[in-house]
Design a protein around this ligand. Structure first.
Ligand SMILES: Nc1ncnc2c1ncn2[C@@H]1O[C@H](COP(=O)(O)OP(=O)(O)OP(=O)(O)O)[C@@H](O)[C@H]1O
Ligand SMILES: [Mg+2]
Length: 510
């Protein structure tokens, strides 16, 4: 459906056009008219299907610009998500000069207070802790707030946050509308939410599966001690544009990140113990394609919208099945394809089952690539780099090149170049400390489990189809130096994931 049929004003339609959105997604189509009409809404739809704009657009339209009060409050579970949402609101509300501000922890509160004093925002986005801090200091006034949004609502109403949310709500004396959005909405939470909502309309986008349709989901059975080497080989063969690796603990983030760097990958880690400045700079570099791999705890599992994430690796399987849905949802967004690989140790099979029951989708077994296949993957990347180099002006090297050619054969020189540009990563030994395993959860056997279908046995040699099919030319402007080396394997995948989804998001990347 066209956005123009949803009752949005011209400024917003202009901003939508500028964003490159051609058609409203199903969640937008169904919730925007309800929210515009002032109804309470619970919106559940797959990751990456535009839930942010689904609440942002009606809020922007319903603002009384001349009122110098906070009229809408959006609560987000993480600082990064708060920032991202503020940015999207700012982008969409630019033509109307909507005043949007964001407050989050780990940043200088004095500065936030000064900025709130200078200009009262019409829309405030924030994380619960920092919002409460401001409320206690009386540096924000929520009396005039009409609309409250709980993004990632199930998380906000779960044990960790519910008390904070209740406290915040107690300051919003004239709340007229409550909007809840998430990709997951477990029943008990739904019940909680209905208690403080007013006759909410529940919009649940019916999809065959809970996870986004465009994500191919695999699992690898491996012992904890084997995971790191296997993952490196997978990365070599897959050569993701951008990958997110989720691990269970902060220590693991640091260790896996250091291990990847030692093997020559362009990685960085993010977790809650890092300074906010560090977290922001890592994410900024990742968004800009200056980093290829982000190693993260669940702090990055929800909501982050980073275009070009082609792969999600669950180095550690999540304990909570909802978390799986959000984690892998960092790929396969806005109509793009994606792939997820979840490592499962023998005693974690039960967790995988629980996940599959929730998602209604089976993960396909994936056989770990051999060292040789990984090496071939590396070489393919190196060759691609050489091809790029050949396009540059090399004239000032000619004389020395000729000197080298007098002493060495062209084959030896090319081999040396390949050696230099590829990292034979298996040579660097990396040991990741073991973590307490998840408590055993029965599972039983599963046919085919762990043996894989042998994707790498064929296809990865074929020169044809290189860079083929899967993401088109879109990847070229990513700066990452590993962004090369598509092979027959990908071509294979693009065929597989062709028609699986039941709606299409059209956007500028198509
Ligand atoms: N109608 C549309 N057409 C094309 N792209 C869109 C449309 N609406 C939103 N997008 C883009 O889709 C991407 C994902 O949107 P968004 O982050 O809002 O997803 P989400 O549903 O909130 O996902 P999550 O559950 O992970 O939070 C964003 O880059 C956004 O700009
Ligand atoms: Mg979201």
């Amino acid at each position: 459906m066209k956005f123009s049929e949803l009752g949005l004003n011209d400024e917003l339609l202009k901003a939508i056009k500028r964003s490159g959105f051609e058609e409203a997604t199903p969640i937008q189509e169904q919730t925007i008219p309800l929210a515009l009409a002032g109804k309470d809404v619970i919106g559940q739809a797959q990751t990456g299907t535009g839930k942010t704009a689904a609440f942002a657009l009606p809020i922007l339209q319903n603002l009384e610009k001349q009122h110098n009060t906070i009229q809408a409050l959006i609560i987000e579970p993480t600082r990064e998500l708060a920032i991202q949402t503020q940015e999207e609101l700012f982008r969409l509300g630019r033509d109307e000069k909507a005043r949007v501000q964001v407050v989050y922890g780990g940043a200088d509160i004095g500065r936030q207070i000064r900025s709130l004093k200078k200009q009262v925002p019409a829309i405030l986005v924030g994380t619960p802790g920092r919002l409460l801090d401001h409320l206690k200091r009386k540096t924000i006034d929520l009396e005039a707030v009409n609309t409250i949004v709980l993004d990632e609502a199930d998380e906000m109403l779960d044990m960790g946050f519910i008390q904070d949310i209740e406290s915040i709500l107690s300051y919003v004396k004239n709340r007229k509308q409550t909007l809840l959005f998430s990709a997951t909405m477990p029943k008990p939470i739904l019940h909680i939410s209905e208690k403080f909502m007013n006759n909410p309309e529940i919009v649940r986008i019916k999809a065959k599966e809970l996870t986004a349709d465009l994500i191919d989901q695999y699992f690898v059975r491996a012992k904890d001690s084997e995971k790191f080497d296997i993952m490196c080989r997978l990365i070599d063969v897959e050569s993701p544009d951008l990958a997110v690796i989720f691990v269970r603990t902060k220590r693991r983030v640091d260790e896996v990140n250091r291990g990847l760097q030692a093997r020559g990958y362009n990685a960085a880690g993010i977790h809650g113990d890092l300074s906010q400045a560090r977290r922001m700079s890592v994410l900024k570099r990742f968004r800009a394609g200056k980093l290829d791999i982000l190693v993260a705890t669940d702090v990055a599992a929800r909501g982050l919208d980073i275009s070009g994430v082609t792969h999600v690796y669950n180095y550690d399987i999540p304990q909570d099945p909802d978390s799986y849905v959000h984690r892998i949802g960092r790929t396969g967004r806005a109509g793009q394809n994606g792939m997820s690989v979840t490592f499962v140790t023998p005693n974690e099979i039960g967790y995988m089952r629980t996940i599959e029951q929730l998602t209604k989708k089976k993960m396909e077994p994936l056989r770990p690539p051999s060292d040789d296949q990984a090496f071939r993957g590396q070489l393919k990347v190196a060759k691609s780099k050489i091809e790029d180099l050949m396009k540059e002006d090399l004239s000032k090297y000619t004389q020395d090149a000729n000197e080298l050619l007098e002493n060495y054969s062209a084959v030896d020189l090319a081999s040396a170049l390949l050696k230099n540009l590829s990292k034979d990563s298996s040579k660097v030994e990396v040991k990741i400390s073991s973590e307490k395993p998840l408590p055993y959860k029965g599972g039983g056997r599963r046919s085919g489990g762990g043996r894989g279908r042998g994707h790498y046995g064929h296809g990865s040699r074929g020169g044809h189809g290189s860079r083929g099919g899967y993401r088109g030319g879109d990847r070229n402007h990513r700066g990452g130096d590993r962004a090369h080396g598509h092979g027959g394997y990908r071509g294979d995948r693009s065929r597989r994931s062709g028609g699986g989804h039941n709606f299409v998001i059209k956007n500028k990347k198509d």
